[in-house]
Write a protein that binds this ligand. Sequence first.
Ligand SMILES: *Cc1c(COP(=O)(O)O)cnc(C)c1O
Length: 475
Amino acid sequence: MHPLARLDHRHVWHPFTQMRDWLKSEPIVLVKGRGTVLEDVHGRRFLDANSSIWTNLHGHRNPAIDRALRRQLSQVAHTSSLGFASAPASELASELIRRARGPKGQPRLEKVFFSDDGSTAIEAALKLASEHSRRAGITKKPRFLSLQGAYHGDTVGAVSVGHIDLFHRTWKPLLFPTDAVMAPYCYRCPFNRAKPERADARTWRKCGWECVSKVEDRFAKATRAGKPYTAFIVEPAIQGAAGMVPQPEGWLPRVAEIARAHRALLIADEVMTGFGRTGTGFRSGPRFHTFAAQRQGVVPDLVAVAKGLTGGYLPMAATLATQEVFDSFLGDYTEFRTFFHGHSYTGNQLGAAASLASLALLADPAGVARRRALEERLARRLELLWRHPQVGDIRREGLVVGVELVRDWRTREPIPLEQRAGIRVCEAMSRRGVLTRPIGSVVVLMPPYCTTPTQLDRMVSALDEAVAEVFPRGA
Ligand SMILES: *Cc1c(COP(=O)(O)O)cnc(C)c1O
């Protein structure tokens, strides 16, 4: 075993990992990267097929971001927004707000609160929403509604609004109570309204937006009971950790309107979906938007961003807020209406410099055209996977893919988690030089935007071969 791998085994505790399994084999020790390629201590090369856990946008060692960081290093690495302003943080806040504009009639985001990661950006949004709502006389007690299968991070507040039983049930005694409402999951639609992905047309019935009615009922019930919701938290366009589950077009504007009618704030968790990840247009729309909610004409009252903000270089996050929310915290010093919340690294200058360079790359029209071509190629290549009876659903939103493995596509019967189907397929992919992680039985592909057509084809082929290897005679 390489000495570095041995050191890891001795002292490093990895997140979301059964360490007994981890300690059984030599870990891949990554030492270098360029573009979509990562290299380990033994000189083996891999494709980064999940953008280093959904963070990287433009590739590793991107020349423009590297240059921006070197320039910033020649000035100063870190000063804090706690007490001081800085050039990159001010510029970044203004860039984010400029890109978050939506159509008339939607709220206007005006203010940016910086933090460190997705969880802290959500945490700030929850506190802002609950205090704003109380001060505005809308709700006395904070009450949050979020979606079934939701994942919003791992700090205690973020876990409280999460609804993935496997991750969240352990922490129940630590959490504040929140409500969950049905999220669209067309492949497993309980009303059997989903359009089957294969030729089985007889079971198909037209969608009646039952999942929207569920949201409406929930809000109506809360309002009738005199316990209205403070805020409704959603991942717009696609729920990531729920298993890459996209929402049908039209779902978000409908539920946003319902939340507004009941005076609840809309909090968008764009930690995964932001910065072009979920596509150059909603399904087929022609324009590029920075945020997924915006693509559907929705501007939330609060938006959390993190993962791709810095292009995947540094831990930095932000919570965008409207003027109304901001104004709730204004007052004389002695009224103590201050937002008493913040972190040491708030507004980190290196992070802000990387973010500005990443945002500039994102808007480049040639880059947008390249991403669109990559999305189209990905859609075509994925068709290859239907040949496996264990491929139940192929879900794609922009450059985000979830392939749901099942016992048999005809019955949609899930594979029990104990069989570790997703993990085994990803291990087989890694032996073919392609790195990604599953979510249960859903294999994720999320290529960085700089991925070449050949590299993209290799990612899909590795998945195709891995499924064949893991299920030689069916599940
Ligand atoms: C990853 C993620 C988070 C948490 O972000 P961290 O940076 O890991 O704290 C929150 N929400 C969504 C949708 C995410 O994908």
